[in-house]
Design a protein around this ligand. Structure first.
Ligand SMILES: *Cc1c(COP(=O)(O)O)cnc(C)c1O
Length: 451
């Protein structure tokens, strides 16, 4: 899937990216440090990025690309936001890491607890570390072994969570669906056996699983709005079933690594009126630097060392540059609540525009959107009707790949997989919206002609 899907015009002018990719492949597995970046499910060679400002990336060949990835979520303010740049520069002038506590950690923790209502928060370096640590905590606090997750939800790459996982695991090199549990080689079946899997948006299945196994389940972990199977929105009945798991003494863990501070200042939890026992964060909480966090009620969080018996540590945790970037980002979001209104309005117009353009071109498309997260599934279903991993998996990934390549050739950098959300930033304005819809219209027409 290379030459047919990649327009020759851009192939000719991506020499620098291609040269970098060749060099990278000689020194790094697959040439990338995170799988979806390699463009395996859409074909062609990935663009190497030289710099990023506002809503735009500049690639190694000097092409300006309108960015809908936003580093997969963190860049809600747009790239190189002045407040974040200045905060990081200020922190940089005072050294890069101390291995001892500093005020930045206290200030970010105070902000996170105030905004989200958790009583205690611990900072780590990635979303993966946050979910992994929250599960250890849940097991330590309940003295139980099993956890429950949902098909197509992605919680990072810790062993026990690579079971029926979404994100890059939903597609492989051939664009087929990923394997059944475990989702990765190298995860012992014995680990995977401690992870029970249920279907997202199926309250009956969750109730049945909990009735049978609930007494041995430490935690149920879930994406409050799924981004990693494409966007899936929870139904009220499913949310009610999630809350019922606590009747079994099980802790409820909301993985807000993607949705936290994106869907609202209180995340999806605030938007949907959820009351989880623990919440995990990543992405926006670090403002583009590597930060993750987990938090919750004091009585649960006090199991974490050195307060309690559940060990968790990190050489660079609470890093002063990362804390400064996260704090500056949250401060802008808090001081400018109109940003969420703008994100909502832009993304709603984008969703409507994509639907209309696809319909006019005769291309089957089903758009799921909440706040500034959106997935346009290439399949014939009403907008908003895709609810589960199984629904999402019916999408025509080959059609998506052809559409993606047309968008990229037109200078619009969409997420290079059918099963990902795109992310709108505060730097996306009217000009970006109309340009995106112009390029998308042409791309759907191209697809509709069977090209
Ligand atoms: C991105 C993501 C993770 C993993 O975070 P990393 O920082 O990539 O380790 C976990 N959970 C969800 C919901 C995510 O979107």
């Amino acid at each position: 899937m290379t030459s047919e899907t990649s327009p020759p015009a851009t192939q000719a002018s991506t020499a620098q990216s291609q040269a970098l990719f060749s060099r990278a492949q000689r020194v790094t597995p697959g040439g990338v440090n995170s799988p979806v970046r390699a463009f395996k499910s859409v074909g062609g060679s990935p663009r190497f990025i030289r710099e990023a400002h506002g809503a735009y990336l500049t690639d190694a060949d000097g092409h300006r690309l309108l960015d809908y990835i936003g580093s997969w979520g963190p860049m809600i303010l747009g790239h190189d936001h002045p407040a974040v740049r200045e905060a990081v520069a200020d922190a940089l002038s005072r050294g890069t890491s101390y291995g001892a506590p500093g005020e930045g950690e206290v200030r970010l923790a105070e902000t996170v607890t105030r905004l989200t209502g958790v009583e205690r928060v611990r900072f780590v370096n990635s979303g993966t570390e946050a979910t992994m640590s929250a599960l250890r905590l849940a097991r330590g606090a309940t003295a139980r072994k099993f956890i429950v997750k949902f098909r197509g939800n992605y919680h990072g790459h810790a062993d026990g969570l690579l079971v029926e996982a979404g994100s890059g695991l939903m597609t492989n090199a051939e664009g087929h669906l990923g394997r059944a549990a475990p989702s990765s080689a190298g995860v012992p079946e014995e680990y995977a056996a401690l992870t029970l899997v249920s279907e997202y948006n199926d309250p009956v299945a969750l109730d049945a699983l909990m009735a049978e196994r609930g007494h041995e389940v430490a935690a149920v972990i879930f994406e409050p709005v799924v981004g990693n199977a494409g966007v899936l929105i929870p139904t009220p009945n499913f949310l009610a079933a999630l809350h019922r798991v606590r009747e079994h003494g099980t802790l409820l863990i909301a993985d807000e690594v993607m949705t936290g501070f994106r869907l609202s200042l209180r995340g999806a939890t605030g938007l949907l009126g959820l009351t989880p026992d623990l919440i995990c964060w990543g992405k926006i909480i670090g403002g583009g630097l590597p930060v993750g966090a987990y938090g919750g009620r004091a009585d649960v969080m006090n199991y974490v060392s050195p307060q309690g018996p559940v060990y968790q540590a990190g050489t660079l945790s609470g890093n002063p540059l990362a804390m400064a970037a996260g704090l500056a980002t949250l401060q802008v979001l808090e001081n400018e609540p109109a940003l969420y209104v703008k994100l909502e309005s832009y993304t709603a117009q984008l969703a409507g525009g994509l639907s209309a353009a696809a319909r006019e071109a005769g291309v089957p498309l089903s758009v799921n959107r909440v706040g500034s997260m959106l997935t346009a599934f290439h399949q014939d279903a009403p907008d908003g009707s895709i609810r589960t991993y199984t629904d999402a998996a019916r999408s025509d990934t080959a059609a998506f790949a052809r559409w993606f390549q047309q968008m990229l050739a037109g200078g619009v950098y969409w997420a290079p997989s059918q099963f990902e959300s795109i992310f709108v930033s505060a730097a996306h304005g009217e000009a970006e919206l109309s340009r995106t819809l112009d390029v998308a219209r042409a791309a759907y027409l191209h697809l509709g002609r069977g090209a």
